[in-house]
Design a protein. Structure first.
Length: 322
């Protein structure tokens, strides 16, 4: 299938529409397919003067930009006297080599700032005559994991596709046990990772829907075992996908997100991209990596879907009742 990208110049700003065409990988694989789009609003072009950390850069206008969609590795030991964390240092070095001293184009979608006032943006630059999506590059070489924030899940399928390249090859952080997939059966151990971003895998024992959310329970006792929950507002925003959740009972599923404590270990699912069905013991491949790039002028074109090899180149505590 062909991936289409349409660029339009409107009111001095570019809008990117990228149709993500591929075999579905999330729980929506059971529903009739709808066109998936990655929409980014182009912003200004700036120069990167410094890398603040492995996912944040300082621009020449003194704005700090967080690379939304690419979660950099952080040291598990947060004590002031903790030793440097090699995966974090490697990620920061890779980002520094890629962007410092270069002009970058900013693009955003939905939420534009995090709670600390950093801009949330996707970055694009030119390297040896080719356009590079900074988030995609970091993900495909194993220096970040794909993620999103509420109102900032744009291009999730493309981000996951780039992540898959590094994950399958065990590049970068994926070779480190600190970022291994966790078992849903080990509820007690999962609580050790509270407030950290994890990928959890297991079979859904029960699906239960209440007025406020749908729960996916991975153990017999929802008061202590691992569960994932989808809030009603997320269900309403994704009605077709919501209908497929009942069908997950008995299936093996991968859930990604921040571990919370809600009776037991819990992940809040804010977007369909956080759930993936696993078939035959293998992780499902996302769509072939696409590159949502803006352009200097309005134009429309089609390009074939890229393969993974091409991409390689190029605190809360709560008790809840149901």
């Amino acid at each position: 299938m062909t991936t289409s990208a349409q660029f339009r110049l409107a009111a001095g700003m570019l809008s990117l529409l990228l149709a993500a065409a591929a075999r579905p990988t999330q729980a929506e694989d059971q529903q009739p397919q709808q066109e998936q789009t990655c929409t980014l609003q182009a912003g200004p072009t700036r120069s990167v003067v410094r890398v603040i950390d492995a996912e944040t850069v300082l621009l020449d206008d003194n704005e700090e930009v967080r690379l939304i969609g690419a979660l950099a590795p952080r040291a598990p030991d947060l004590k002031p006297d903790a030793a440097p964390w090699p995966p974090e240092e490697a990620a920061a070095a890779a980002l520094r080599d890629l962007v410092v001293g270069h002009s970058v184009e900013l693009a955003s979608s939905g939420r534009t700032q995090d709670r600390y006032g950093h801009l949330l943006a996707h970055l694009f630059l030119q390297e040896n005559g080719e356009r590079v999506w900074v988030q995609g590059r970091l993900l495909s070489i194993g220096h970040a994991r794909a993620y999103g924030l509420p109102e900032s899940f744009a291009c999730a399928r493309e981000l996951l596709a780039h992540e898959r390249v590094a994950r399958e090859a065990q590049l970068g952080l994926w070779a480190n046990a600190a970022y291994a997939t966790r078992s849903a059966r080990e509820g007690g151990k999962l609580l050790r990772y509270r407030n950290s971003y994890q990928i959890v895998e297991g079979s859904v024992l029960r699906v239960k829907t209440t007025k406020s959310r749908t729960y996916l329970d991975f153990g017999p006792d929802w008061r202590t075992d691992f569960s994932a929950g989808v809030d009603a507002k997320v269900l309403h925003a994704n009605p077709d996908w919501a209908k497929t959740l009942e069908g997950l009972q008995g299936r093996r599923v991968e859930v990604r997100g921040w571990i919370e404590y809600r009776n037991g270990p819990y992940i809040a699912v804010e977007d369909p991209s956080q759930l993936a069905v696993i078939e035959d013991g293998a992780h499902p491949p996302p769509s072939a990596p696409g590159d949502p790039c803006s352009a200097a002028s309005a134009r429309t074109f089609s390009r074939a879907s890229r393969t993974s090899e091409n991409a390689r180149r190029k605190s809360s505590r709560a008790s809840i009742s149901r």
